[in-house]
Design a protein around this ligand. Structure first.
Ligand SMILES: [Zn+2]
Ligand SMILES: [Zn+2]
Length: 485
């Protein structure tokens, strides 16, 4: 039993209130007046529902905690030194894997490692370096053979031979042993709990395999957080056999702006004639959406550029019911001109969004501006989206961005385009209630209400005043799991 006296309860879209709160077992037993008697009660705390990350690649985020992270590197030399320093560890595993290379942030602007650069670190061990956006990797000669054995080397997708696309990324995922996967899931879960994330929409598996569904299930309670799975695979029958209720996640309709593979209605500003890539024909996508709908699955897909979003809207428009009772979503939905917002609103779709993208790439003179020119005005237009009556569920897309909701909330409040900023209440709702709604779980998590699961965050001072959203304690299912009260 835990008692909070005179607590300030923030649980948007409900009004914030002051009340006593009683936790019994795993549930919120009472909100109102609670007589504490001789029991100890905590006084004057602020309490929020546990955060929900609505889009995370949990396994890969775990990998980023295990393998080398290059996010802070600022020069070619730093990157090469970091990779070299990793060699002893890498030799034990049989490969070197590094994450989050962001060439646009290096002092040598836009330097990208060539195969020969990576060969100079080691030519007898596969070296795989992932770009920050996760859509391409750089490989040394050994890794090319290891991952792309049946592909001619000339298939490198840029003139800078060394960089390879999603196929190589997928192949790399398959190479990682089961015990490393389990360790990665558990590390990621513990890390998220510490940040106040008590539940997550976990994007899992790929077209090649859904084996990780069994791996994450085998971990059970040791995962720490609640994981709602989105299998990233088109095999409706296999998904139903696994008793999953959702389909999709980052099933790619298109790629990313960083790699110039997001599909655009008009060409890239910095690459005339290049419209990006659509991975589905309209017909293929229509068929998949129809099959998943017939099977009763909730769906979502990765669509970033306006051409890709339009293709997905067209497929949804042909199939789904106007109330969108299955709560189908679009992930990222980044370049959203008003005509697309209107169509998404008509379908009552939910958008799984990442506010941190704007902080990383949406600044004046940033990557979006270079790739999109004036279209920058309509990247991630959250105010316009909410004003159209569309729900947003906030996620990190980790390891692409840091899955710390206090950073995500701050990013919503500091959108580079002032008109597209949203309120603290709306940002918190996107990280709590709307996240639960977007998973059909709002009757169990995502709010502070009597009878709901006691997944709660405790603050010593009111975060709506301080704008500091890192909790001092995290309670999950009625138990203190991180920090202290
Ligand atoms: Zn994605
Ligand atoms: Zn993703």
């Amino acid at each position: 039993m835990i008692i909070f006296k005179n607590a300030l309860l923030h649980s948007p879209p409900q009004e914030s209130i002051r009340a006593d709160l009683l936790i019994e077992g795993a549930r919120i037993a009472k909100i109102g007046r609670v007589e504490s008697g001789s029991a100890h009660a905590y006084e004057n705390k602020a309490i929020l529902p546990g955060y929900i990350d609505s889009h995370i690649h949990l396994l890969e985020y775990g990998y980023s905690l295990i393998f080398l992270d290059l996010r802070e590197a600022r020069s070619r030399k730093e990157i090469m030194d970091l990779l070299s320093s990793q060699l002893p560890e890498a030799r034990k595993l049989g490969f070197l894997y590094a994450f989050n290379l962001a060439s646009e942030r290096l002092t040598e602007a836009d330097w990208e490692p060539l195969t020969s650069d990576l060969d100079s670190i080691a030519d007898d061990l596969p070296i795989v370096v992932r770009r920050e956006d996760g859509h391409s990797v750089y490989l040394n000669t050994k890794a090319r053979r290891w991952l792309l054995y049946d592909q001619p080397i000339a298939e490198a997708d840029t003139p800078l031979a060394g960089r390879f696309n999603e196929l190589a990324v997928e192949r790399m995922q398959e190479r990682i042993p089961r015990d490393v996967r389990i360790e990665a899931f558990i590390k990621a879960g513990a890390d998220l709990l510490g940040k106040g994330v008590t539940a997550a929409a976990v994007m899992i598996g790929d077209e090649a395999s859904l084996g990780d569904v069994e791996v994450i299930r085998s971990i059970g309670e040791r995962l720490g957080i609640e994981a709602a799975l989105f299998p990233q695979n088109r095999d409706v029958e296999a998904i139903c056999d696994l008793e999953l209720t959702r389909l999709g996640g980052c099933i790619l309709i298109d790629g990313s702006f960083g790699s110039r593979t997001a599909a655009l209605r008009k060409p890239y500003t910095d690459a005339p004639g290049n419209h990006g890539i659509l991975y589905f024909s309209q017909k293929e996508l229509d068929t998949l959406v129809e099959c998943a709908e017939d099977a009763g699955l909730q769906m979502t897909f990765h669509a970033i550029g306006d051409e890709a979003i339009e293709q997905l809207l067209t497929a949804y428009e042909k199939t789904i019911d106007p109330a969108n009772s299955r709560r189908h979503r679009i992930e990222h939905a980044e370049l959203l001109a008003p005509d697309l917002i209107e169509r998404a609103a008509k379908l009552n779709l939910i958008l799984g969004v990442q506010s941190m993208f704007e902080i990383a790439w949406g600044q004046e003179g940033g990557m979006y501006a270079g790739r999109l020119g004036d279209r920058l005005r309509w990247t991630n237009p959250y105010r316009s989206i909410l004003d159209a009556g569309i729900r947003i569920a906030a996620g990190s897309d980790a390891p692409i961005t840091n899955p710390d909701p206090r950073e995500g909330i701050k990013a919503f409040l500091n959108h580079p385009i002032t008109e597209e900023r949203i309120s603290v209440q709306e940002a918190l709702a996107a990280y709590t209630y709307q996240g639960a709604y977007a998973l059909h779980l709002e009757d169990r998590i995502g709010s502070i209400r009597e009878g709901l699961q006691a997944d709660l965050l405790v603050f010593d001072s009111d975060p709506f005043q301080t704008l500091q959203f890192r909790p001092s304690a995290v309670i999950r299912r009625g138990k203190l799991v991180a920090g202290s009260i």
